[in-house]
Design a protein around this ligand. Structure first.
Ligand code: NAD
Length: 357
């Protein structure tokens, strides 16, 4: 894989390869775009088969963060970092070595937790750099973002249902939730409170049973979720679940859930949903609660109540995106990209004025 060519193709600003002999750290930090502010995105620890796979992943994910942060209205650019390694072998030295690399970028990149990294790991990184967010509540941070992500997802489901079904309330609406882990479980609780009916699936049968017991959900085998009779499909487990195999099974009229990278092929499957008249709430818009939580932890004294208010704006953001899609007769994922690009362009074109020392 030619690194520079890939950077040019996807318009990355900077890609940093990090190695530390004593800790064994092998990492890549990708800064995609800093027009709106420092590049924020989580640190993923993953046993990549080869360097090429790691580079492909970090370039793709950092670009995605530019769009997610811009569309959420945050003064943040997009970045991401990956450590190439075995998630079962973590050490203070590894994270501190990574932290030194983050520090060396002088704030151009801010790290946070992601797949296989925890708030405890972030605390070790913080020994070497202040450019971290997503700290535990005990350290003045926002703590677990999942309940916040679920609140934003609920708002996204509400506006999608209003738009597509004309229903001003979720009472009597059936939602199929795929994956009832950290976000999915909270989402089920909120949906139940709103009077929605629930159909749930998870590869862990105990997680399903819990939802059946607590929220009178109907549990189904995990592959059956795509064909159930429900108004809304809320993917809250894996990516790539919207594809050629699953779309023909859908009886849903709305897809609105928290999982990242739901469309296997962005363009193909986003357009296929539009053609089937299924309203898709773009994943990086509806699941932005976690990053909004991180941003407000970074810029001010953390207050959960004020973060929740900001997260509820996901409702208005999606409403705007649905409007753009309708007016321009384009798919909603395309409208979301236009919306994010417009904000980067508008802010990027502001006249530079001398602000003094
Ligand atoms: P999690 O690991 O806590 O939960 C995922 C759940 O999905 C687990 O219960 C798992 O058993 C289940 N699952 C796995 N494969 C499945 C399958 N084939 N069918 C049904 N269930 C399956 O993760 P989470 O933190 O709840 O995140 C869920 C999704 O939301 C992920 O895609 C994540 O990237 C995304 N997301 C999470 C946050 C957050 O704040 N946690 C923020 C933004 C996006």
């Amino acid at each position: 894989m030619e690194t520079l060519k890939n950077m040019i193709d996807q318009e990355h600003e900077q890609v940093v390869f990090c190695y530390d002999k004593s800790s064994g750290l092998k990492a890549i930090i990708a800064i995609h775009n800093t027009i709106l502010g420092p590049a924020l995105g989580g640190l993923r620890l993953w046993p990549y088969a080869c360097e090429k796979d790691a580079l492909f992943d970090v370039l793709r994910l950092s670009r995605g963060m530019t769009y997610k942060n811009a569309a959420a209205g945050l003064n943040l650019g997009g970045g991401k970092a990956v450590i190439l390694g075995d998630p079962s072998i973590k050490s203070e030295a590894l994270y501190r070595a990574f932290g030194r690399n983050v520090q060396s970028l002088g704030g151009r990149y801010v790290t946070a937790e992601d797949v296989n990294t925890s708030t405890e790991d972030i605390m070790q990184i913080r020994e070497e750099t202040n450019y971290v967010t997503g700290l535990p509540e005990t350290a003045g941070g926002g703590g677990n973002p999942s309940p916040i992500t679920a609140i934003g997802t609920l708002e996204g489901i509400k506006i999608s249902v209003l738009r597509r079904l004309g229903a001003a309330s979720l009472k009597g609406i059936t939602v199929a939730v795929q994956g009832v882990g950290h976000v999915g479980e909270h989402l089920c609780e909120l949906l139940h409170e709103e009077g929605a009916g629930l159909i749930v699936s998870d590869i862990d049968p105990r997680a399903v049973q819990k939802m059946v017991k607590q929220y009178s959900a109907t549990g189904v085998e995990h592959e059956q979720i795509y064909a159930v009779d429900a108004d809304v499909f809320a993917p809250c487990a894996l990516g790539a679940v919207i594809n050629e195999q699953t779309i023909p099974q859908f009886k849903f009229t709305v897809v609105a859930g928290a999982a990242n990278n739901q469309l296997l092929d962005e363009n193909k499957h986003g357009i296929l949903l539009k053609e089937k008249n299924i309203l898709y709430a773009p994943d990086y818009i509806i699941n932005a609660g976690g990053v909004i939580n991180c941003y407000y932890e970074l810029i001010q004294e953390y207050s959960r109540d004020s973060v929740i208010k900001k997260v509820k704006n996901i409702y208005q953001t999606l409403e705007t995106i649905f409007q753009i899609a309708e007016e321009q007769n384009i798919a909603t994922h395309q409208a979301a990209a236009h919306f994010a690009e417009k904000r980067i362009e508008t802010i990027g074109n502001l006249q530079r004025t001398y602000l003094g020392d």
